[in-house]
Design a protein around this ligand. Structure first.
Ligand SMILES: NC(=O)c1ccc[n+]([C@@H]2O[C@H](COP(=O)([O-])OP(=O)(O)OC[C@H]3O[C@@H](n4cnc5c(N)ncnc54)[C@H](OP(=O)(O)O)[C@@H]3O)[C@@H](O)[C@H]2O)c1
Ligand SMILES: *[C@@H]1O[C@H](CO)[C@@H](O)[C@H](O)[C@H]1NC(C)=O
Ligand SMILES: *[C@@H]1O[C@H](CO)[C@@H](O)[C@H](O)[C@H]1NC(C)=O
Ligand SMILES: *[C@@H]1O[C@H](CO)[C@@H](O)[C@H](O)[C@H]1NC(C)=O
Length: 318
């Protein structure tokens, strides 16, 4: 045989070994992070971070599920979102069901720097152990679309950057000093699978989530030695208003199950899909290099066609 073949064979063997190692590492990590109850940090660890948890966007979907789950595990909850009546209703439910103290804070995160003064004043005297940066939006309408198809693109862009980027940075800036002073605390940032690359038709949303992922990981590295746990959670599809309450199944998670499973990974993984189902989907998506396909003009054309067929009709509220 020619010597060239030997080199090719060796290359093939190395590649195969590398792929096998990657898969084995992925499976091992998945078992460790998602399946072994023995390694979980547990509720006493969570409570030792501080008496209060702050959740942004706490009245629906994933934020609501986090608020309930954190209360169930023994923390008092500060709920922040726009609608005061929904906030009060939610707070009452948490107090009744889990017997914890709550506070509500009305704020619209599409606002700029001016909204944070009131939040900072309110949070000042609380012993905050956990911050969940959950609030996030796509465009006004719950649909994917090209940038200029939004009703008022200028406002839509300002809103989404304020809500998804500024809020996370400012909320962290507000609670981090007291956490650092106490040498403990947890910050959870809700990102999204879309952080992993450009996503046509979700351009602005995906880019804001890339910010969340990048920022969280960097700040997490900066403050790890000072006792701060930072976790980025990047789900795929969770059945909430944002995703038109898609049917729950193998791929689509119920928000309550999602929050419970994601909280179980706290302290085990600084960057997680949140649950096993989403971790497997994430692995397959990145393995198949699907993202590169999404960027092709062919894929963009097909998506445009599907969108125009499904038309501008709005879905009905349920
Ligand atoms: N659902 C998914 O499949 C999925 C996937 C990946 C990532 N995520 C991320 O997970 C997070 C939560 O998503 P979700 O699906 O749970 O959303 P959701 O069901 O639409 O809930 C949004 C929550 O945020 C509040 N809110 C919305 N806009 C606000 C604003 N401008 N100011 C203050 N509060 C506001 C809402 O309450 P009010 O209306 O009362 O203000 C509500 O409590 C987001 O960051 C999202 O990007 C979700
Ligand atoms: C707040 O939520 C309640 C209950 O969902 C709704 O009836 C009300 O119109 C909302 N208020 C505002 C200002 O959006
Ligand atoms: C669900 O999303 C739509 C579109 O963004 C929004 O108009 C509506 O107010 C949301 N419903 C609730 C209950 O938050
Ligand atoms: C996420 O967590 C880090 C950790 O402190 C924080 O500084 C940052 O503001 C949060 N938000 C984003 C967008 O990363």
């Amino acid at each position: 045989m020619e010597p060239g073949w030997d080199a090719l064979r060796a290359l093939g063997a190395v590649t195969a070994a590398w792929l096998l190692l990657r898969v084995a590492w992925g499976v091992g990590r998945a078992v460790y992070v998602y399946l072994l109850p023995q390694v979980r940090r547990g509720d006493p660890w969570l409570r030792s971070q501080g008496a209060w948890a702050v959740v942004t966007g706490a009245t629906d979907g994933i934020g609501k599920a986090y608020a309930h789950e954190l209360a169930r595990r023994g923390l008092n909850i500060v709920l922040i979102s726009r609608n005061l009546s929904k906030l009060e209703q939610e707070a009452k439910e948490i107090e009744q069901r889990h017997g914890r103290t709550t506070r509500v804070l009305q704020a619209d995160f599409t606002g700029g720097l001016e909204i944070y003064e009131a939040i900072e004043a309110e949070l000042q005297e609380l012993d905050i152990g956990v911050l969940v940066n959950n609030v996030g939006m796509r465009y006004f309408c719950n649909r994917i679309m090209k940038l200029l198809d939004a009703e008022d693109p200028a406002k839509a862009l300002a809103d989404i950057v304020n809500c998804n980027v500024l809020s996370v940075a400012q909320m962290t800036r507000i609670v981090l000093p007291q956490m650092v002073a106490r040498g403990r605390g947890v910050i959870i940032n809700l990102s999204s699978e879309t952080e992993n690359g450009p996503w046509p038709f979700l351009a602005a949303y995906a880019a804001t989530k890339a910010f969340v992922g990048s920022f969280s990981r960097a700040v997490g590295a900066e403050y790890l030695s000072q006792g701060i746990t930072v976790q980025t959670v990047s789900p795929l599809v969770v059945s909430t208003n944002m995703t038109n309450r898609m049917k729950i199944g193998l791929l689509v998670k119920d928000p309550r199950d999602f929050a419970r499973e994601a909280l179980d990974t706290l302290g085990l993984s600084s960057h997680t899909s949140g649950c096993l189902s989403h971790a497997v989907q994430h692995f397959l998506l990145s393995f198949l290099l699907l993202r590169l396909f999404l960027l092709t003009q062919w894929a963009v054309k097909v998506t445009s066609m599907v969108l125009s067929l499904s038309g501008p009709k709005r879905r009905k509220e349920d």
